[in-house]
Design a binder for this molecule. Structure first.
Ligand SMILES: Cc1ncc(COP(=O)(O)O)c(C=O)c1O
Length: 370
């Protein structure tokens, strides 16, 4: 590698999305159940409305709105309406938006840890981008293992990892419900997170909030060292538009605004997000079906021989074979057209349409019988 490239980048490979995979020949359609998107596109009338807005009122030659005022207000109203009763009100000053919540994770790393200012703590298996983004920024990652059966944190070991870290831990990343394992934060984990000193930022990634309805929003509004991140890529069916947001106390939001790129969110994505928030009940109407399909898939997976499956509060399930090799099962499913994720010693299956879920089950039975 060229001498001007940082040596530590040599060992990394670029993140590959499923679209880049080579497609083998088989009879069934390919089911993309590996990235936890919604299997449902936006309703056709909304797409038409969006296309019309693009044609009538979007100036392609102009930079997007770089302040996101309308978006902040609409997100704040949605977050308040979706919060449990008695939650404090979310205002526009509590919101910042990113090009996907991935961008917000990177901004958080820049704001807290870059330049050897601190390390981050992750509890694995968990969402891989925390580690990947940290490593590309030269930020040290302290990793602790979740319990192999419940995926809960070992709080004593986690606390010890923070105390013993060579570079002070400045940020703890928690996903609730966790990806890939589907479990929400336990009461003990919440108590522990709330006990952390204010020189450690607690990030609760609620990418799957609409499926779980569990939130630490009140903490983010009331604690200076707490932030909630969410995304429009999952329940809101807008993954193509790359929009995520964070909710935190205004001083922390101000810092994230400082480090983000000036025009990070294309006009078309802003318009799509505003439209989707305006039509939220219609867009989110698929959630009960997805939850029912998830429960149906879990029941069917529980009935398989030599198979382990966990409960899930999200739009995916985590499972694994107990006899057959994990990689063989993954490869067998891939060859039949079921694209799922092999990660953290198990298989994560996104909940699809009923037809997609039926095909996944049928493929799995074929692979297990082979
Ligand atoms: C836990 C978690 N956080 C964040 C993201 C990224 O979301 P976005 O599409 O907003 O970048 C994902 C995507 O799979 C995720 O699973």
């Amino acid at each position: 590698m060229s001498a001007f490239i940082r040596p530590d980048l040599q060992e990394f490979s670029a993140y590959r999305s499923h679209a880049a995979a080579t497609e083998p020949q088989h009879a069934d359609p390919i089911d993309q159940l590996d990235t936890n998107e919604s299997s449902y596109d936006l309703p056709a009338p909304l797409k038409t409305k969006l296309a019309r807005e693009y044609q009538m009122s979007l100036a392609a030659n102009r930079y997007p709105d770089g302040d996101h005022g309308a978006l902040h207000r609409a997100i704040a109203a949605y977050a308040t309406a979706a919060a449990p009763q008695d939650s404090p009100t979310v205002t526009a000053a509590h919101i910042t938006v990113g090009n996907g919540s991935d961008e917000l994770i990177r901004s958080l790393l820049i704001a807290t840890c870059v330049g050897r200012a601190g390390s981050i703590l992750v509890a694995e298996p968990t969402f891989s981008m925390y580690k990947i983004l940290a490593q590309t920024l030269g930020v040290e990652v302290v990793s602790v293992a979740r319990d192999a059966n419940t995926f809960a944190l070992n709080l004593a070991a986690t606390q010890a990892a923070i105390t013993q870290a060579t570079t002070p831990v400045r940020m703890v990343f928690m996903v609730s419900p966790n990806s890939p394992t589907g479990n929400g934060l336990t009461a003990a984990e919440l108590t522990w997170l709330r006990s952390l000193p204010t020189d450690i930022l607690v990030v609760v990634d609620e990418a799957y909030f609409e499926f779980s309805q569990q939130t630490t929003l009140a903490d983010a509004l009331q604690r200076p060292n707490w932030i909630v991140t969410r995304t429009f890529s999952k329940a809101f069916r807008l993954a193509a538009h790359r929009v995520g947001y964070a909710i935190a106390a205004p001083p922390l939001i101000d810092v994230l605004e400082k480090v983000r790129l000036p025009y990070n969110l294309p006009s078309f994505s802003q318009t799509a997000t505003l439209l989707s928030l305006h039509h939220a009940p219609e867009i989110l109407a698929t959630i009960p079906e997805i939850q029912a399909e998830r429960d149906r898939l879990i029941t069917a997976l529980q009935a398989l021989p030599d198979w382990q499956v966990w409960p899930s509060d999200a739009n995916f399930v985590y499972c694994r074979p107990t006899v057959k090799s994990l990689t063989d099962v993954f490869t067998g499913l891939y060859q039949l057209g079921s694209r799922i994720r092999q990660t953290g010693g198990g298989l994560r299956i996104t909940i699809g349409t009923p037809a997609e879920n039926n095909r996944t089950l049928a493929h799995l039975k074929t692979v297990l019988a082979g």
